[in-house]
Ligand binder design. Structure first.
Ligand code: TLP
Length: 347
């Protein structure tokens, strides 16, 4: 039985062009700044995101951690959305390692932190009781809101608020290229509103490992120090960077196929009365859906679909399917047939 792996776009394998580039990459010791392939990738990432500099890190989590550590000192506050990845799924890194306080504000279904809630979350700054607010973290696309694209007008409004209050904006752009493709804009049209951005090479862009943090040069120097502190100074990292360059040069436009497949998948899922799909929020490669009464709970649903060779994630009564380069239109049809069979058996 062949497997249709819809757990995440992180399961993508490197393309043949990536493997070829890795095999012939010019390498050096990157901690000395000698790996020209890493240097080329960092320059390309900075250029694409419209930032002065960039640094390669092992993962999105490491990129966000080092960014927050570079923006905030011990006892400083970072405002985060209550549904964001940094706050929920990164092991509280900046609190644990940097003494940074996360102040969470509610997240709308569109992945936004309401401006009034953001403004109210700032500490007054003049009071000896309060920690100083230094940073706002946004996420685009917003994963747990369904991979929704956070709009440019909203990003601009947050930028304006941050400037008015003298704080920085960090964008968790793990899937910011999905947002750019969905909006039909170059990625710097989004990243221009953030001081710093982390994006991932190892999700829909199909590279095996790696994320980039991009921002002002003096900030990136602090990120490099934080990266070293958490053990992320890599040596002949050009092996990874070579695949990353191919990812940026060859796989960005392809994300539109993942979005189209996700849409077909979501529309198919929406035809089952036992499933609850918010089609308006299926905008990129992620499809979250609810399991209504009459459907099994997530654990049973996931186990039953596994018997049909379909893998997905989720908990409680909410599950997630993600499309990616390993998924073709035919796989979507087969996955929908498997879902139909599982729901029939459960009835
Ligand atoms: N997300 C993973 C899981 O951790 C949930 C996934 O499969 O979606 N920011 C966002 C918005 C993310 O979705 C992720 C990964 C990260 C950061 C962390 O990236 P990695 O896994 O490279 O540390």
């Amino acid at each position: 039985m062949y497997t249709i792996d819809l757990r995440s776009d992180t399961v993508t394998l490197p393309t043949p062009a990536m493997l070829a580039a890795m095999a012939t990459a010019e390498l050096g010791d990157d901690v000395y700044g000698d790996d020209h392939t890493v240097n080329r990738l960092e320059a390309l990432a900075a250029q694409r995101t419209g930032k002065e500099a960039a640094v390669l890190v092992a993962s999105g989590t490491m990129g966000n951690l080092c960014s927050v550590l570079a923006h905030c000192g011990r006892g400083d506050e970072a405002i985060v959305g209550d549904r964001c990845h940094i706050y929920n799924y990164e092991a509280g890194g900046a609190s644990a390692l940097g003494g940074v306080i996360y102040r969470s504000v509610p997240t709308t279904a569109d992945g936004e932190l309401p401006l009034a809630a953001l403004a109210a979350a700032f500490s007054p700054g003049y009071d000896a009781h309060t920690a100083a607010t230094r940073l706002i973290c946004l996420e685009n696309t917003h994963n747990t809101c369904g991979g929704v694209v956070v709009g440019l007008d909203y990003m601009a409004a947050v930028r304006a608020l941050a400037d008015e209050r003298g704080v920085r904006v960090h964008l968790d752009g793990a899937r910011v290229f999905n947002a750019a493709v969905a909006l039909g804009v170059p990625v710097d049209a989004i990243t221009q509103y953030a001081d710093s951005v982390t994006f991932c090479l190892s999700k829909g862009l199909s590279a095996p490992i790696g994320s980039l943090v991009c921002g002002p040069a003096e900030f990136i120097a602090r990120v490099r120090r934080a990266r070293k502190m958490v053990g992320g100074g890599m040596r002949q990292a050009g092996i990874i960077a070579a695949a990353g360059i191919v990812a940026l040069e060859q796989t960005v436009e392809r994300l539109a196929e993942d979005h189209a497949n996700a849409r077909t998948l979501a529309e198919g899922l929406a035809s089952f009365p036992q499933l609850e799909v918010d089609l308006a929020r299926v905008q990129t490669d992620i499809v979250y859906f609810g399991l209504r009464e009459g459907a099994p709970d997530a654990r049973a649903f996931i186990a039953a679909l596994r018997q049909h060779g379909v893998l997905l994630g989720g908990a409680g009564r909410r599950v997630r399917m993600v499309t990616h380069r390993g998924i073709e239109a035919r796989d979507i049809e087969d996955a929908l047939e498997a879902v139909a069979a599982v729901l029939r058996d459960a009835a």
